[in-house]
Write a protein that binds this ligand. Structure first.
Ligand SMILES: Nc1ncnc2c1ncn2[C@@H]1O[C@H](COP(=O)(O)OP(=O)(O)OP(=O)(O)O)[C@@H](O)[C@H]1O
Length: 454
């Protein structure tokens, strides 16, 4: 009967996945089952009869859970290191007699080595990530990019290199590009990297000031200059920009009469307030921007040619977003991070949804993408933003091709972009597209798609 009971207990213990050890109330091992050798470096038969104090002192396992259970007379769990280098999670449970004395301690150990190693690896990876993040931040600082500004594409990296080059000089810069491509943020960046960075940056949207007020806003006026004028007169925006930078956005909207006056200030570095006679000197660096083609406006006679050449000392063309697929992907991730943080969400894009963004023409450029991601983060209920959540069809609003050749080029470009998002190398792209790798490179160059893979 006793033998049967013994076998039953042995059977139960062996059937459980744990290493089980039983001691008496003083910590002398009575029973030890399972991989003694593998876990502790001693066979189970060698463990029996030894005291846990002795084994702890020899670092066969450390700390001993049994000792603590005997002391505290309650179940305790500890993480143990063993002589074979394992990490065990061990739970000890006391068996008490009617006088509350410990008569047995049973401990169950579970091998956590793998989990511990994973945890350590994870922690090491986290450390590395933090290290890389700070390195990226440092590089960013060296690059001097304003926080949150993305320049992944080769085209934008070239723009940025040029911006860094011209920022230090006092050259007049004109930023051209469609609405929403980032002209304003780069104008601000030029100021912040210039020697005038401690001076003011005055931003003026020429299109937002009523024509009748442009002159007095820009040049200021003397007391009593016109009916309705402030009795003390007014300092103009040009004067406010003294020792700093004047950023005239939408310069194409400036009336011709004001264009003449602006040119005069640029040449003579002096001006006269409206209604005044006193000539005042002013020293500012001029940056202008326009989404309209100023050259065409010169041809139309709506923009003065002399001012055009005066402004075009350093022209900077910011390409539309549809020509920068690399930026679309990176900006999408960056905006998702911004809006996830703002709205306490954790949204991400399905790869097909992301691909759809690459096939859209983005007439409103980065501003449109930014607004769309915010809308998706706020309105999509699931964590993953799917293709059907994107409020346009891939081909519907694409810039239309006008000839067969253009249509074919458009298809080829789309295929290349798609292959690039799915492949790791140009060799893989070649297999994907069924063309040779040198052809892939040539086509990427033809369509100005970055051939550097992630
Ligand atoms: N490279 C970029 N990285 C991150 N955000 C960008 C980038 N380019 C533009 N943006 C964001 O897109 C929005 C529009 O940019 P910005 O106002 O500079 O464009 P713009 O070309 O001056 O437009 P407009 O011609 O209409 O004045 C802003 O919210 C800006 O922060």
């Amino acid at each position: 009967m006793r033998e049967l009971l013994e076998r039953e207990i042995e059977g139960i213990i062996n059937a459980s996945g744990e290493n089980i050890m039983m001691t008496d109330g003083r910590g002398v091992i009575l029973r030890s089952v399972k991989n003694g050798q593998e876990v502790y470096g001693l066979a189970s038969s060698e463990l029996v009869g030894k005291s846990v104090q002795e084994l702890e002192a020899l670092h066969i396992f450390n700390p001993s859970v049994t000792l603590r259970v005997i002391e505290e007379k309650k179940p305790i769990t500890v993480m143990q290191q063993t002589a074979t280098g394992k990490t065990m999670m061990t739970r000890g449970v006391p068996l008490l007699d009617e006088h509350h004395n410990v008569i047995r301690v049973i401990s169950f150990s579970h091998d956590m080595t793998e989990i511990q190693q994973l945890k350590e690896k994870y922690e090491a990876m986290q450390q590395k990530m933090m290290h890389y993040e700070s390195e990226i931040e440092q590089l960013r600082d060296q690059h001097g990019l304003p926080h949150g500004v993305v320049i992944k594409s080769k085209a934008m990296q070239d723009v940025w290199t040029l911006i860094r080059k011209v920022a230090g000089s006092s050259a007049t810069v004109v930023l051209q590009g469609e609405s929403g491509v980032g002209k304003s943020i780069f104008a601000r960046a030029i100021h912040h990297h210039s020697t005038r960075r401690d001076g003011p940056l005055i931003e003026v949207n020429c299109g937002a000031i009523p024509e009748s007020l442009v002159e007095s806003e820009l040049f200021g006026y003397e007391p009593g200059a016109f009916t309705g004028a402030h009795s003390k007169g007014k300092v103009g925006l040009l004067e406010l920009a003294n020792k700093g930078t004047l950023f005239l956005d939408e310069i194409g909207e400036l009336p011709l009469s004001i264009q003449v006056k602006l040119l005069k200030v640029l040449q003579e570095k002096t001006f006269v307030r409206v209604g005044g006679t006193k000539s005042r000197s002013v020293d500012f660096r001029l940056i202008t921007a326009s989404h309209r083609d100023l050259k065409e406006m010169v041809a139309d006679g709506t923009f003065r040619e002399d001012l055009y050449y005066r402004l075009h000392v350093v022209p900077l063309l910011i390409p539309p977003l549809r020509e920068r697929p690399d930026d679309i992907v990176q900006l999408t991730h960056a905006f998702l991070a911004v809006f996830n943080e703002r709205y306490h969400t954790n949204k991400h894009m399905h790869p097909l949804a992301l691909q759809q963004l690459l096939h859209y023409a983005w007439p409103g450029n980065v501003r449109e993408l930014e607004n769309m991601i915010e809308r998706l983060v706020v309105t999509v209920e699931s964590e993953q933003i799917q293709q059907e959540h994107i409020p346009f069809l891939s081909n519907e609003q694409h810039v239309p091709a006008t000839t067969l050749q253009e249509a074919l080029a458009d298809v080829e470009r789309k295929w290349l972009i798609q292959a690039r998002t799915q492949c790791q190398s140009t060799y893989e792209m070649a297999r994907y597209l069924g063309m040779s790798q040198p052809t892939v490179i040539r086509r990427l160059q033809k369509y100005k798609i970055d051939s550097k893979m992630n």
